[in-house]
Design a protein around this ligand. Sequence first.
Ligand SMILES: Nc1ncnc2c1ncn2[C@@H]1O[C@H](COP(=O)(O)OP(=O)(O)OP(=O)(O)O)[C@@H](O)[C@H]1O
Ligand SMILES: [Mg+2]
Length: 201
Amino acid sequence: MAEKKATNVTWHEHKVKREDRERLLKQKGVLLWFTGLSASGKSTIANEVCNRLFKSGKLIYVLDGDNIRHGLNKNLGFSPEDREENIRRISEVGKLFVDAGIITSTAFISPYRKDRDFARELVGKNRFVEIFVKASVETCEKRDSKGLYEKAKMGEIKEFTGISAPYEEPLNPEIILNANRLTINEEVEKVIEYLKDKKVI
Ligand SMILES: Nc1ncnc2c1ncn2[C@@H]1O[C@H](COP(=O)(O)OP(=O)(O)OP(=O)(O)O)[C@@H](O)[C@H]1O
Ligand SMILES: [Mg+2]
């Protein structure tokens, strides 16, 4: 984990708090943490869930793996250390978004259990929803939306999750989406139902 280098820094309390923003927005800031293999459907489902919520008047945002690697995390690769730092930064950004009162989704493979647990601890258990998009390597290979499995099998991509790098399944996620057999629509419904049930929306 990143060491703290800055000294002489003091936390400044601000007058407008998360609760004030949540009252304004009429919603609760939460982090929907989608995790699963590449091509399991994280981005697709997060996108659809957020589209539905936005249409019903909610303020949402999606922090999507590849998009974040274009900017904030463009200096990180796919080694275990870089993957850890990738998730650490996203967890911190996610925490800020939740503090802003926004219903935020993250769509990162996030293969390591300890990194996801770090995010949960940081954001707070009652504001963190781990969503396991559970699809077999075979299913993902068939979808291969970006043609990555093909490249990984040819050895063109090293450290590819599910092929040459590990994926640690969540032990106790809030939601499991069986992406081998559910339709995108059914997966979206399941997430929306959970949010209604927990009175997030
Ligand atoms: N039941 C399903 N759930 C999710 N996606 C599905 C399903 N059936 C087919 N798909 C398709 O599978 C692909 C999933 O790709 P997507 O980019 O969402 O995966 P991802 O998990 O975000 O991968 P990556 O980690 O590489 O970003 C999409 O093209 C989507 O339309
Ligand atoms: Mg994606």
